[in-house]
Design a protein around this ligand. Structure first.
Ligand code: ADP
Length: 394
């Protein structure tokens, strides 16, 4: 079965066409700066990498982006399929829909449920709704499946999901800890299972533009650091992470508007907010090395959040077999890995300094031979996770 996986950003669209089962990537594509006349379009077929890269293209909508990609897929020279009708399913890394937390066909009811939580996940649900509706028109009749980022976390026990709020807020509005990054943490559970025959007790640290930790026990999620919205848990690139709810009424009383407060929480917080330098950890690291105190503070606060959750999950799991780093920061920042692992060395974690410093795009163990806990770096592959779930969907 040919499964197209579609990852939608606020101004980007990424595709991978899989041949399932077998996990074979036939072709991939990416459109950056959707909505502009200077968009960048990439396309690559199996084995050749990005064979087509066109800059300064006018790609004004998601529909135009996908049409361009479908043209490449069926192109006699670079294409991999004869006709778009060979695509049987499209899988989306959708984020949140009220009452639909698993894997669902994207029916009008499910799209309405995404609309209902637009205010909770504005940066994600808005672009996804727009892209899904446009793709429905470009690929009529194809089954569209939403692998919601909450899906892997539906196994988290209710006692860990419930907030200490009036119970009717939970019943009426669905307010609870959701857990996100399910495609990434689910993929990590798959890799550990493939390599070790099971996950045992594992903590997966997805550290990218946004970050979360997931406690995994025997293959299933039993906790995740995200709460109701994606503004929670760890400090993110420019989103705030866990904070005190009473900051909001206090700031309102100081004369800040709701818009100013939401902008502060969504765009001006996180690594950017603390450091005042950048939302990209690479820039923050360079500034810290140059003696910038706020940049140092941002890195320490970022790592403190990770250490906090590793400790909490160690207690919840009753021990630890695997600690996994994934995502742009998890895969690339030996500094963050070192700071975290040295802080929790008393859990039986011994990092191999040389292995930690090495760069590789392969899944690898970076702990010392005698480390009780195995520490891994596993490159994120959310698309493969989505392709598998979309293919299996009944
Ligand atoms: P997203 O969550 O947006 O998909 P990624 O998982 O690709 O993003 O992570 C992006 C982040 O990874 C960047 O913002 C940057 O902070 C971080 N990053 C990438 N390479 C490095 C590196 N060599 N050192 C430190 N951080 C890095």
């Amino acid at each position: 079965m040919k499964v197209l996986v579609c990852n939608v950003g606020s101004t980007s669209l990424k595709f991978k066409l899989f041949d399932m089962p077998g996990d074979v990537v036939l072709a991939e594509g990416k459109v950056e700066r959707v909505g502009r006349t200077d968009a960048i379009f990439h396309y690559g077929n199996r084995g050749t990498g990005y064979t087509v890269q066109l800059e300064d293209q006018s790609i004004l909508s998601y529909a135009e982006g996908i049409r361009r990609y479908l043209d490449c897929l069926t192109d006699p020279e670079n294409g991999v399929i004869a006709h778009v009708s060979e695509i049987e399913r499209v899988g989306f890394k959708t984020v949140l829909a009220k009452g639909f937390y698993g894997i669902h066909e994207l029916t009008p009811e499910v799209l309405q449920a995404m609309e209902d939580y637009l205010i909770v996940a504005p940066a994600h649900n808005g672009p996804y709704l727009e892209a899904i509706r446009q793709i429905q028109q470009v690929l009529p009749g194809v089954k569209l499946v939403g692998v919601f980022e909450t899906a892997f976390h539906t196994t988290i026990p209710k006692a860990r999901r419930i907030y200490g709020i009036p119970y009717e807020w939970y019943e009426e509005y669905g307010i609870q800890r959701m857990g996100y990054h399910g495609a990434s943490h689910g993929y990590i559970a798959d890799v550990l299972t493939e390599r070790n025959g099971g996950t045992g007790n594992a903590i997966s640290c997805h550290l990218g533009g946004s970050g979360s930790l997931c406690a995994i026990q025997n293959g299933i999620s039993v906790d995740n650091s995200f709460g109701f919205s994606l503004q929670t848990g760890l400090i993110h690139a420019n989103r705030i992470g866990d904070t005190d709810a009473y900051i909001i009424p206090y700031l309102l009383a100081q004369g800040k508007s709701v818009d100013e407060i939401t902008k502060g929480m969504d765009k001006q917080g996180g690594l950017l907010g603390i450091s005042g330098v950048s939302n990209d950890l690479r820039d923050v690291q360079i500034a810290a090395e140059g003696g910038n105190e706020r940049a140092r503070l941002a890195i320490d606060a970022y790592c403190a959040g990770i250490i906090h959750y590793v400790g909490a999950y160690y207690a919840e799991l009753g021990g630890l077999d695997h600690l996994v780093f994934t995502g742009g920061i998890g895969e690339n920042s030996s500094l963050v890995r070192e700071k975290v692992c040295s802080a929790v060395a008393h859990f039986g974690i011994v990092l191999d300094e040389q292995k930690n410093a090495q760069r590789s795009t392969q899944a690898r163990i970076i702990s010392a031979e005698h480390s009780k806990v195995k520490v891994w770096v596993i490159p994120a592959n959310e698309e493969l996770g989505i392709a598998r779930r979309t293919y299996e969907y009944q």
